[in-house]
Design a protein around this ligand. Structure first.
Ligand SMILES: NC(=O)c1ccc[n+]([C@@H]2O[C@H](COP(=O)([O-])OP(=O)(O)OC[C@H]3O[C@@H](n4cnc5c(N)ncnc54)[C@H](OP(=O)(O)O)[C@@H]3O)[C@@H](O)[C@H]2O)c1
Length: 394
């Protein structure tokens, strides 16, 4: 956002910044490197808005959702924040002070679940999370993930969920995150060499030691969920789930979560940005920092074919005042009250848009109409490369 944009928007009183607290606005302006006479501009904008009888407030998230049950539950905002793309795999890497300002904005606006992992970077994403969010830890939950082996800051491509490694990784994560206890510690991928009961036992020790509050699993089968839950109740399962990939509805994972009282966190809820409508066949991904370069679903041919799906979401949202990203998020939220999607962004405008999706309830008829339209279009391209697919158990 340029200085001119901010001034225009504030004067109109109809942007995210127009509705922010003055402190947030000043903080964001400072982080964006914008120097303007904020107090007088804000004052004029607010007065003009009041005179017109038109007031605009930046979106704050309302309501709460509960992941998990009883002593293993975590109460969080209906939409969380996926931090991964701020440093890893999503091409764009704005400077750190802008990322920190955006994370603070997310806290200000009521988001209380933030998602990172050791492998993101590796390590850089947890460091950013610690730097930006540790001071707010009394009012937010921080989730991280272990499992992918990292040696000297580099990913080896192997899994290591041996109990001693999990405990060492936990200590290292706590240091990077600058907190005493990880609220939700997920196993990132199944380690076929370590029975899930042993993994659960190791995490149980960490819970006993006060270093982990709750735990979860990513991309596992219903059978693994049941075995793990029997040793240490799970709070959340995190798997890919969105309008273009609905496997968890069919492979028993959502059913197991419902039956056992486990929360579900859909990752990549916008299909890695695709459902937001800003990606087309000419989009170039950073070859050094974007795994979409290697995903079959993101070849130019696949993008061209799958754009029909985004068009359907846009068409559906047009009469309802929703963007395609909001349709995608609202659809997930409508699926079950124990589902909490974690979209990622590097932009205040997208944060605003995504937060507003939490207030856009879809009816049963809406869902049927949307699913009917989308499922009539075949999805082109697999979600993962063969190597990545081999690491997911379903
Ligand atoms: N457990 C796992 O194995 C796993 C795997 C992948 C991801 N995750 C988690 O899930 C989180 C989200 O996943 P993700 O980043 O892959 O996918 P995503 O949330 O579906 O998409 C993120 C992308 O969408 C764009 N975007 C966000 N809001 C938008 C909007 N309203 N309109 C248009 N574009 C928008 C972002 O770009 P801008 O920056 O331009 O907004 C970003 O490139 C990650 O941060 C991570 O925490 C977990």
């Amino acid at each position: 956002m340029t200085q001119q944009h901010v001034q225009q928007h504030v004067a109109k009183g109809n942007t995210a910044s127009g509705g922010m607290s003055r402190r947030s606005f000043l903080k964001l302006s400072a982080a964006l490197g914008i120097s303007l006479a904020a107090p007088s501009v804000m004052g004029n904008g607010a007065a003009a808005a009041a005179d017109n009888g038109y007031s605009y407030r930046g979106a704050c998230i309302s309501g709460q959702r509960v992941l998990g049950t009883g002593t293993h539950s975590l109460t969080v905002s209906p939409i969380g924040f996926g931090i991964m793309g701020m440093t890893y795999n999503r091409s764009q890497m704005p400077e750190e002070k802008k990322l920190i300002a955006l994370l603070h904005e997310a806290v200000d606006r009521g988001i209380t679940l933030f998602d990172t992992a050791i492998i993101y970077g590796p390590l850089t994403n947890e460091r950013l999370t610690g730097k930006a969010l540790s001071a707010f830890h009394n009012r937010i939950a921080i989730a991280s993930k272990f499992g992918h082996e990292v040696i000297d800051g580099k990913a080896t491509g192997r899994q290591d969920s041996r109990p001693e490694t999990i405990k060492r990784y936990c200590d290292e994560s706590l240091r990077r995150l600058k907190i005493d206890c990880i609220d939700l510690f997920y196993q990132h991928r199944l380690d076929k060499n370590v029975p899930i009961e042993e993994v659960a036992g190791a995490v149980s020790d960490l819970v006993q030691a006060g270093k982990v509050r709750c735990w979860g699993l990513c991309e596992v089968s219903a059978d693994i969920i049941r075995r793990a839950h029997a040793v240490l109740p799970l709070t959340a399962v995190q798997s890919e789930y969105h309008l273009m990939f609905r496997q968890v509805e069919e492979n028993g994972v959502l059913e197991a979560c419902r039956e056992l009282g486990i929360g579900f966190v859909p990752y990549s809820p916008l299909n890695r940005g695709f459902l937001g409508g800003n990606i087309n066949e000419y989009t170039r991904f950073d070859p050094h920092n974007d795994n979409r370069m290697h995903l079959p679903r993101f070849t130019p041919e696949a993008i061209r074919a799958n754009t029909r799906i985004v068009n359907e979401l846009q068409q559906f949202g047009r009469t309802r005042g929703m963007t395609s990203a909001q349709v995608a998020l609202s659809w997930l939220l409508a699926k079950a009250p124990w589902i909490v999607p974690i979209p990622g962004t590097t932009k205040i405008s997208h944060l605003e848009e995504n937060i507003r999706a939490a207030d856009m309830a879809l009816t049963k008829e809406d869902i049927e109409e949307l699913e009917g339209q989308v499922s009539a279009i075949p999805v082109v391209g697999a979600r993962y490369s063969a190597a990545e697919q081999a690491q997911v158990s379903s």
